[in-house]
Write a protein that binds this ligand. Structure first.
Ligand code: SAM
Length: 294
């Protein structure tokens, strides 16, 4: 089944028949190692693009374009898309797919064949948004790597495993609140943006997926500095606080500060009860403890 829109002025999106036949032609058997679950439902990719709320002049970076399902819908919507794909067969095929199914937009696409975790600022020219169906095994590290590497990314809309989506958007005090929740919230407003069933993928994964949207704090209105220097002070404390979740902050941060007493003093000086556990602290508390907001 293909999209019902006119290919003359819109991209011709990929359905189940196209996905299967492209994979067969390219000799691609989806691997778990690379988190290869391809979306074969045009409505889902349209939904993802709509949830990203993009303006036409954006430069979107897509991580893991795969066979191009989401890429085609993005090219319909924005003037530049850079797609970062680790699998050389998929990276090589993508321009031809776009030429065949979205010819008027072909010059909007650039493909970078590389491991997304190894992308550096020199590889991409100031992307403004990250929109992706992320490879599940590296979704959180890849997301945090891109937020750290590209301050120009103001909006994120990613599809991840439902439980990862819940963890990213969790608030202090909940059982699933942890390192990914705090680190994502360091950059901006994080929220769930919908659920996606298993059947829109080939092959179907074992678990449901979820959409997460992040709106980076607006320049000039950041509640704290969100640069590399601030990150280098805040993130090690977050890692230490959650490394031993069950311990009080005084005990969990003893290694970081040199002793339980020193940790207790630092916490008390920041107005934080040393007997609390890390899961009670908001990102603002961690920032305050690190002295970044002073
Ligand atoms: N966007 C496509 C879609 O929605 O149908 C494919 C999504 S699939 C879940 C993940 C994609 O990420 C695959 O194409 C896989 O080859 C690619 N990938 C996996 N690990 C990667 C990495 N470290 N860097 C870049 N791409 C990666």
């Amino acid at each position: 089944m293909t999209s019902s829109v006119d290919p003359a002025d819109s991209a011709d999106l990929l359905g189940p028949v196209e996905i299967r036949s492209m994979a067969e032609r390219l000799g691609v058997s989806p691997t778990k190692k690379l988190g290869q679950n391809f979306v074969h439902d045009p409505n889902t990719v349209r939904r993802i693009v709509a949830a990203a709320d993009l303006s036409p002049d954006e430069h979107v970076v897509e991580i893991g374009p795969g066979l191009g399902s989401l890429t085609l819908a993005l090219l319909d919507t924005v003037e530049r898309v850079t797609a970062v794909e680790i699998d050389s067969r998929l990276a090589a095929e993508l321009p031809a797919t776009v030429e065949n199914r979205a010819a008027p937009f072909a010059d909007r696409l650039r493909v970078v064949e590389k491991d997304a975790l190894r992308i550096s600022a020199e590889d991409l020219d100031t992307p403004t948004a990250l929109v992706a169906n992320l490879p599940y095994n590296v979704s959180v590290p890849v997301l945090l790597h891109f937020l750290a590497t590209f301050p120009s990314i103001r909006r994120v809309l990613v599809m991840v495993q439902a439980e990862v989506a819940d963890r990213l958007a969790a608030v202090p005090g909940s059982k699933i609140y942890g390192v990914p929740s705090v680190k994502a919230a360091f950059y901006g407003d994080v929220r769930r943006a919908g659920s996606i069933g298993r059947n829109v993928f080939w092959p179907a994964p074992k678990i449901e997926s979820g959409l997460v949207r992040i709106d980076r704090f607006l320049p000039g209105s950041e509640p704290w500095p969100i640069d590399a220097e601030a990150r280098a002070r805040v993130f090690p404390i977050v890692d230490a606080a959650f490394a031993q979740r069950r311990k009080t902050l005084r005990a969990a941060l003893a290694g970081y500060y040199g002793s339980p007493a020193a940790a207790g003093e630092a916490l008390a000086a920041a107005g934080i009860d040393p007997q609390l556990r890390g899961e009670r602290l908001s990102v603002a508390d961690f920032v305050h403890l690190a002295g970044v907001d002073s």
